[in-house]
Write a protein that binds this ligand. Sequence first.
Ligand code: PHE
Length: 352
Amino acid sequence: MTMQLPPDISLVSELHAIEAELAAATNATALEAWRVKYLGRRGRLSQLTQQLGSLSLEQRRAFGPLVNDAKRTLEDLFAAAQRALQEPKAARESAAHHLDVTLPGKPVTLGRLHPITQTVREICAAFQGMGFDVAEGPEVEWERYNFDLLNIPRDHPARDMWDTLWINWTDPNEEGRRMLLRTHTSPMQGRIMEQAKPPIRVVVPGKVFRHEATDARHEWHFFQVEGLAVDRGITFADLKGTLYEFARRIFGADRRVRFRCDYFPFVEPGVEMAIDCFLCKGEGCSLCGDGWIEIMGAGMVHPNVFSAVGYDPEEYTGFAFGIGAERVAMLKHGIDDIRRFYANDLRFLRQF
Ligand code: PHE
């Protein structure tokens, strides 16, 4: 029996050529073109399948399985080609994520605390070790806390001690209640005493602002650490003892400390405390003038301040102090100009 192959059935015998065509399809577009040409809906294989219908039963029996085999073979070949095309991409991707553990590491630059932050924390820690709490308050403050409650009435000449940066805002509910950038941390004295009853032992670190020209010892904004101790029977000896101990903890035992009378409206008597200059060791130089650097104001809380917050000045006494954190940092580290702290020069800041 001779069988006449319908022309397209020759595809089965063309398999090698078709395979070679597939091998030449090295990108997705070529591969897709190949798929459409042979396996597509109107591709060679489906044409072939349709042509089977016009064959005799005998011919169909003979060629049907051949066509099926050819189809399976082409499908397998196509799937393999598709995988091969994707593989290099996968390999490339994994190479990109490949970690070469033999490469030298990149140095990690660590940030650090600003020297003033460090100093403020050291000052607070010195007082915490003596039983003081730490509290913080607002930098934008009411005139009432910054001045009125501290025995500095409006129009009192003592206000000139603090050149004030005013905020353009007054409380509409309270006639003439003005806002400012706090000129010292002392407003927290009133805020704390309004809310708590003695005994009080607290330090208040924070930023303060003054409308002032800058020089080697003055900045227009700087940090203070306020201190307040209120109880029955607190004396000036407690003030001196506490502050000597503070100086010893921060500067060491061999630093000299000097107390002198000073005036602040919210203390009586008032003092300033100075430490001998690190540059000239108390001889006198262009930084300090007379050999001493003042680091804080202090004194016994004025009875008027107690009365203003509702404490009985006959029953309670206390002391307060306000430490200039930059001055302490200058003394500790031998810095000759306060403005260096805020010049953002990393060569300076990295040394701490
Ligand atoms: N608040 C004062 C100042 O900034 C310092 C001070 C605080 C003085 C507490 C006495 C008592 O100058």
